[in-house]
Ligand binder design. Structure first.
Ligand code: UTP
Length: 237
């Protein structure tokens, strides 16, 4: 039995691909299979489109990021509710509420094999929540399912020659994402630098992958080779 925590970026809920219900069906089947194997799963869902829309609508009126963050958090909780309801409807044993803190999530994971949550408090993103959840639940690793194939040393949209990495140490990832500071509400780097600093301290393995390809989430959860970036204390071994 293992505990695994995954951050699922909110953009995955509204993929540009046409058959988005296939992605959701795949996710449900991955969750079902892991629960059948006796694993415990914590899923932390990002805000995606509703977070971006809500924040950009009021940004001209609200100067303080603390308040904009609260809009982002509400969007993450909306998305977590969407996934929770779908998982519950599929007959999988999942916690009945969306916890609002990592402590609450850890307690729920002791009672139910699946806990689904969004953000907690202003000042970071759901990546940092997932990494804290993974550390507090003593999870084997934390999967960060986002919308890039691997971690690049620079933004590949800006530099087509940017180099991608299959293995990184926490320190190397920290150099790429920068210091542990909260970026503006709704803005994000490949992984939240606040979470990276905590993963480094706790030596928590991170698996960063393109969650739009559900098979990669499955492979990372099963512990097999997956296409993406493994971040560990040792780097490549
Ligand atoms: P996300 O976790 O979705 O951030 O939270 P993101 O990385 O920008 O987006 P995706 O989903 O990976 O594409 C959305 C926003 O909600 C606030 C932050 O402003 C964040 O940018 N937030 C979220 C918090 O303030 N605290 C939390 O615990 C979570």
């Amino acid at each position: 039995m293992a505990s695994i925590v995954a951050a699922l970026g909110g953009s995955l809920l509204r993929p540009e691909i046409e058959n988005k219900h296939v992605w959701l069906d795949d996710l449900i089947s991955i969750i079902r299979d892991r629960v059948a194997m006796g694993d415990r799963l914590g899923l932390v869902i990002g805000g995606g489109a509703p977070a971006r829309e809500g924040i950009s609508l009021v940004r001209p009126l609200i100067d303080d990021d603390y308040h904009l963050d609260k809009i982002g958090i509400a969007a993450t909780r909306l998305n977590a509710t969407i996934i929770r309801e779908a998982v519950s409807e599929a007959g999988i044993s999942v916690s009945g509420i969306i916890p609002s803190s990592v402590n609450e999530a850890v307690q729920l994971l002791e009672k139910k094999p699946v806990v689904i949550m969004g953000g907690t408090i202003p000042g970071h993103t759901t990546d940092a929540v997932a990494i804290r959840f993974a550390i507090a639940a003593n999870a084997k690793k934390c999967i960060i399912a986002t919308n890039v194939e691997k971690v690049y040393d620079e933004d590949p949209r800006l530099n087509p020659n940017a180099e991608s990495h299959e293995y990184l140490t926490h320190h190397e990832l920290q150099k790429i994402v920068g210091p542990a500071e909260h970026e503006k509400a709704g803005k994000s780097s490949v992984v939240d630098p606040i979470g990276v600093a905590e993963a480094l301290n706790a030596r928590m393995e991170l698996n960063i992958l393109d969650g739009r390809v559900s098979q990669r989430i499955r492979e990372a959860m099963e512990g097999d080779y997956f296409l993406g970036t493994v971040v560990s204390s040792e780097g490549k071994i």
